[in-house]
Write a protein that binds this ligand. Structure first.
Ligand code: ADP
Ligand code: 5GP
Length: 210
């Protein structure tokens, strides 16, 4: 059998602040070993318990702008007064290795990725309802009331773009949502657009038979 170069899928996960993206991604990466979670760069301050290089690379505005100038980010955006961006090198290396790379990013960045990488898989995480979103955001206890209000306002704006995603997933019961996301990725691997090399090889082999 012919060896085939198998590239991983670029997975974009977005959703309102407090919907549970971070929690879901930690669980997904813990449960299955074919995922690589990209660590973004940000100018926001670390929350208690967040570690440099684990949740984010925390940098100054100057450092962030330098990274942009070096073309070191595959996308970046401004969100609630801070910059957030995806470092290029890690993503490209992991995709080449065949890993499914997860970018947990907001909607402006997601749409930039969709343009640059048309085979990327875009998922949008929703809470069961808006009251639960507010409860989770407040329950997390990491933001001031003022920042929470900003983020809820931003959620209204982001809700306008949901149809641009491939799938929505409801994060009601955490485990069920993780399984659903994994199933969607498995299904995406079966799409013809993500198997062009395999299809081309099969065509050549059939031609050689005739
Ligand atoms: P995001 O990364 O989308 O901003 P987090 O992962 O930080 O959200 O989750 C926000 C809060 O909601 C956290 O306190 C988390 O423990 C909680 N949470 C996440 N998923 C669920 C769930 N399925 N049910 C109840 N609480 C959840
Ligand atoms: P938080 O401050 O809650 O960690 O993140 C705020 C928002 O920024 C979330 O919607 C998160 O998905 C998004 N985000 C995190 N990293 C990136 C990134 O690299 N690029 C973009 N465009 N958004 C990001």
């Amino acid at each position: 059998m012919k060896k085939m170069k198998h590239k991983g899928i670029l997975i974009v996960v977005s959703g309102f602040s407090g919907a549970g993206k971070g929690t879901l991604m930690k669980q997904l990466v813990h449960s299955y070993d074919n995922y690589a979670l990209s660590v973004s760069m940000t100018t926001r301050n670390p929350r208690p318990g967040e570690e440099e290089g684990k949740e984010y690379f925390f940098v100054s505005r100057e450092e962030f702008e330098e990274k942009i100038a070096q073309d070191g980010l595959i996308e970046y955006a401004s969100y609630c007064d801070n910059y957030y961006g995806t470092p290029r090198e890690y993503v490209e290396r992991q995709l080449e290795k065949g890993k499914d790379v997860i970018l947990e990013i907001e909607i402006q960045g997601a749409l930039k990725i969709k343009k640059k990488f048309p085979t990327a898989l875009l998922m949008f995480v929703m809470p069961p309802d808006a009251a639960e979103l507010k409860k989770r955001l407040e329950g997390r206890g990491t933001e001031s009331q003022e920042v929470i209000e900003k983020r809820l306002k931003r959620a209204s704006e982001e809700a306008e773009g949901i149809e641009q995603y491939d799938y929505i997933v409801i994060n009601d019961k955490l485990e069920e949502c993780v399984e659903k996301m994994h199933s969607l990725v498995q299904a995406a691997h079966c799409a013809p657009s993500r198997n062009e090399e395999r299809i081309e090889n099969m065509r050549k082999e059939l031609e050689a038979l005739n």
